[in-house]
Design a protein around this ligand. Structure first.
Ligand code: GRF
Length: 269
C-alpha cells in the first residue's frame, strides 16, 4: 500500500512540541473537531514548561508532559500514549529531540516534521543565522516525512520567502514562521488526502520502468512528481478546478514526466 491515507474518517492527530508552539497553534486552529480531515487530539512535550502545553489546554485538547529522563524512557511512554489514544498521524512542531529508529520506523509515513529551511539545504540548528551568513537571497520552510536522519526524510511541501536587505535572524524567523503557519496545515491535508506519501517499494512496482528516472529527480522535484501523478490518475487533466490549478503550478518538466507515468499506469494491465 502506498499510503494508509485517506482513512475514510477524520484522522486523530498528535502534535509533539518542545517550546512556544506557534505552529501547534496554527494546527489546532486548522484541525479543530469540525474539520472533516481530522482533529488534533493530543499534544505531547518533553518539556513540562513548554508554552505549547498551555496553548493545548486553553483549547481543551489533552496536553501531556513526559519530562525527559533519557530517550528510551521518553519514547516508550510516548509510543504507549499514541497507541492508547488511537492516533493516526504525528506532527513534530518545534520538537527539539532526535527520535530513535525504534520510534521512527513503526510510524514511517505517519510522522511529519517542519523545518525552517529549504531542505536539503541547512538542516540542523541556527538556520536563519547560517542562511544570512551564506548571503542567500531566498529561504523558506519544508514539511517532510521523518526518517532516521536529522531533517532528511522525503519532502511533502516547501514554501519560499525572500531574504531582504537588512534582515536579522529575528526578522527572517518571523517571515518564515508566518509562512509555516499556512504551510504545515496544507501539507497535513495533502498527506491525509493521500496526495503525498513517502516513495516506497509499492511505488517502485507502480512506476516500473519510470522508477530509475524518478530516483534521478532532486529531493524537491520528487514530491511534485508524485503529487502530479496522483492528481493525474485520480482526476485527469480536466478534473477539479482547485486541483487543476495546483497542477498548473508544477514545473513543466515534472508535469510532463507525471503524464508519462500516468500513461504507463493506464496502459498497464
Ligand atoms: C519552527 O520554525 C519550526 O520549523 C522548527 O522550530 C520552530 C518552532 O516554532 N522546527 P514554534 O514552537 O512552532 O513557534
Amino acid at each position: 500500500m502506498l499510503s494508509p491515507f485517506p482513512l475514510g474518517r477524520p484522522a486523530r492527530m498528535a502534535v509533539m512540541a518542545s517550546g512556544r508552539g506557534t505552529n501547534l497553534e496554527a494546527l489546532l486552529e486548522a484541525f479543530s473537531p469540525q474539520n472533516p480531515w481530522g482533529e488534533v487530539v493530543l499534544v505531547l512535550s518533553d518539556n513540562p514548561e513548554a508554552y505549547a502545553l498551555k496553548r493545548a489546554s486553553r483549547r481543551g485538547v489533552e496536553a501531556v508532559a513526559i519530562p525527559w529522563r533519557g530517550r528510551k524512557a521518553f519514547e516508550r511512554e510516548a509510543l504507549d500514549l499514541l497507541r492508547a489514544r488511537g492516533v493516526d498521524l504525528v506532527l513534530l512542531a518545534g520538537f527539539m529531540r532526535l527520535l530513535s529508529p525504534g520510534f521512527v520506523e513503526p510510524w514511517y509515513g505517519r510522522l511529519l516534521n517542519i523545518h525552517p529551511s529549504l531542505l536539503p539545504d541547512y538542516p540542523g540548528l541556527h538556520v536563519h543565522r547560517r542562511v544570512l551568513e551564506a548571503g542567500e537571497r531566498e529561504t523558506g520552510s519544508t514539511v517532510h516525512f521523518v526518517d532516521q536522519g536529522m531533517d532528511t526524510g522525503p519532502i511533502v511541501l516547501q514554501g519560499r520567502v525572500p531574504v531582504l536587505p537588512g534582515d536579522t535572524p529575528e526578522t527572517l524567523e518571523r517571515r518564515v514562521l508566518f509562512l509555516e503557519h499556512r504551510l504545515y496545515p496544507r501539507a497535513v491535508r495533502l498527506v491525509l488526502s493521500g496526495m503525498a506519501f513517502p516513495p516506497g517499494e509499492g511505488l517502485k512496482a507502480l512506476l516500473g520502468e519510470a522508477w530509475p528516472r524518478f530516483q534521478g529527480l532532486s529531493p524537491r522535484e520528487k514530491p511534485l512528481y508524485l503529487r502530479a501523478a496522483v492528481l493525474l490518475s485520480v482526476w485527469g487533466l480536466g478534473g477539479h478546478p482547485a486541483l487543476r490549478q495546483e497542477l498548473s503550478e508544477l514545473p513543466e518538466e515534472v508535469r510532463l514526466k507525471a503524464e508519462e507515468v500516468l500513461r504507463r499506469v493506464e496502459s498497464s494491465p
